[in-house]
Design a protein around this ligand. Structure first.
Ligand SMILES: Cc1cc2nc3c(=O)[nH]c(=O)nc-3n(C[C@H](O)[C@H](O)[C@H](O)COP(=O)(O)OP(=O)(O)OC[C@H]3O[C@@H](n4cnc5c(N)ncnc54)[C@H](O)[C@@H]3O)c2cc1C
Length: 459
């Protein structure tokens, strides 16, 4: 079928104002653009209701056309990039709050609602939606669920999936189904909800989610400590756990990251610092103060300096700075190949040091930062996005990083998913039998391989 005919058909289903040309640039890339990835599509569909989303999926199924679900396009795995044509199904117009019951700590929202708007909604009811991946102003709750996004506070509260009690999704050949709902427990069937969480648009198109919320902690009190290097910094991180301190967040920046983001750190970085640990205490004011005092004591050992911002404005400035770390690193060379490997916590120091060593072997500046408490590193190689040769070296370096993560008993992805950039690599950490099961689940949900084909493939 010609591209014109496809657009005509889709416009008949959705209305002309809800179908855009396939070359509409903002729908063709995500955060991997800095590593040279940009796709091409035949059309962009913008449904306003779940039934319209189902009609698009049904049309794609009937005409053997791939469909690429898209949230805010902030992913780091090229999951939302249409690499080989097809229809981009953008969820941004499905952004309604279907219900909000603050007294029952729950909400049901449509998939295209921005993450920041979900968090604001919860806050207005005195509650909190704990998952806090960066780029909250742009990412959508559907994209967060489809990637099971984490963030700093996943250390205490878990990743997005832990807060999802139900999902409404369009599945092949174009039907709206609902699994779970406003219930806090449900073991009646196989956990299809959990399968859709983190499925990266390869099993279904999420159109709405039921979320669990929590009464907002009264106080958030962060502590920042600086160390000479990786060994003393990682020992401090292990001391927090060893002392039984339930920090809400436990983050780190290595030397290369500090060099990029340190100049904008609110408060100044002590001379000689080559590693930063950011921990946060939360709870009632008294509880958060007690935990913060414990964190300060434990982190002070071997530290070059410890800072504990006090007022709300200082705390906000600190987290705004933390949100900007990824951008500060990108700014060094204009682009980066950034992965999200996970290792057991007691192997974190090795993974941080080895990331730099891999970079050196490939003649690339390298650094890492991330969610230390979860052993989750954003291990990164800096590149000029216009230098194809350097990009090639960075991709080879990323391959070594995945082998490193698997070899240390970890995972090749803790947050961003496999998408396109890590396709076919699951065998590094799973047995052939488990990889085969993964492929068979895809076949059950999507027998014609039209839902985001080529992404999250196992083998
Ligand atoms: C500055 C910055 C900081 C970040 N920090 C974090 C972090 O701390 N933790 C973290 O986990 N991530 C982080 N990310 C990555 C990213 O923001 C998350 O992965 C986010 O959840 C992606 O959401 P999105 O709406 O942008 O999805 P997209 O990028 O549009 O899509 C991501 C994947 O989900 C699929 N998808 C999207 N919407 C749907 C849907 N409704 N139904 C089915 N499939 C869908 C897409 O097909 C694709 O495979 C960060 C990104 C940036 C730019």
């Amino acid at each position: 079928m010609s591209v014109d005919a496809a657009r005509r058909d889709l416009a008949r289903l959705l209305g002309a104002g809800s179908v855009l040309p396939g070359d509409t640039a903002v729908y063709l890339s995500d955060e991997t653009e800095g590593r040279g990835l940009r796709g091409r599509a035949d059309a962009v569909a913008l449904p306003e209701t779940p039934d319209q989303a189902a009609a698009v999926v049904r049309w794609c199924n009937d005409h053997d056309v791939p469909v690429v679900p898209r949230g805010g396009g902030t992913g780091f795995a090229a999951g939302a990039v249409p690499l080989d044509g097809g229809v981009v199904l953008a969820l941004e117009r499905l952004d309604r709050v279907r219900s909000f019951d603050p007294l029952l700590w729950r909400a049901c929202v449509e998939a295209g609602m921005r993450t920041a708007a979900v968090r604001t909604l919860a806050r207005e009811g005195g509650l909190v939606f704990p998952p806090d991946p960066g780029a909250a102003e742009q990412s959508q709750i559907g994209g967060n669920v489809a990637t099971n996004a984490g963030g700093p506070h996943a250390f205490k509260y878990g990743a997005t999936g832990a807060w999802v009690t139900g999902i409404e999704a369009v599945v092949m050949p174009g039907e709206v189904v609902r699994v779970g709902g406003a219930v806090r427990k449900d073991v009646a069937g196989y956990d299809l909800r959990a399968l859709l969480v983190g499925s990266e648009g390869t099993l279904g198109v999420i159109t709405a989610v039921w979320l669990r919320l929590l009464p907002a902690p009264e106080a958030f009190l962060p502590v920042v400590a600086f160390y000479e290097g990786v060994v003393s910094g990682c020992s401090a991180i292990e001391r927090v756990l060893g002392n039984g301190i339930t920090a809400a967040a436990l983050e780190f920046l290595d030397a290369g990251t500090l060099a990029a983001a340190g100049p904008s750190f609110p408060g100044g970085v002590p001379a000689g610092a080559g590693f930063l640990v950011l921990a946060e205490a939360d709870g009632s004011l008294a509880e958060a103060q007690r935990l913060r005092a414990e964190l300060e004591a434990v982190l002070a050992e071997d530290a070059l300096g410890v800072v504990a911002p006090a007022g709300a404005a200082e705390v906000e400035a600190l987290w705004r700075w933390r949100d900007g770390v990824s951008i500060a690193v990108s700014a060094q060379r204009g682009g980066k190949v950034s992965e999200d490997i996970v290792v057991p916590l007691d192997r974190l120091a090795e993974a941080v040091a080895e990331t730099v060593a891999i970079g050196e072997r490939h003649e690339l500046p390298a650094c890492s930062w991330g969610h230390a408490g979860d052993g989750n590193l954003h291990a990164t190689f800096l590149v000029d996005p216009h230098d194809d040769e350097a990009l090639g070296r960075a991709e080879a370096a990323a391959g070594e990083l995945f082998a490193l993560a698997a070899g240390l008993g970890g995972s090749i992805s803790g947050e961003h998913g496999l998408g396109w950039v890590k396709r076919g690599r699951l065998g590094l950490q799973w047995s052939p039998e488990a990889v085969e099961l993964h492929a068979r689940i895809k076949q059950v949900f999507d027998p014609r391989n039209l839902l985001n084909p080529g992404k999250k493939t196992a083998g």
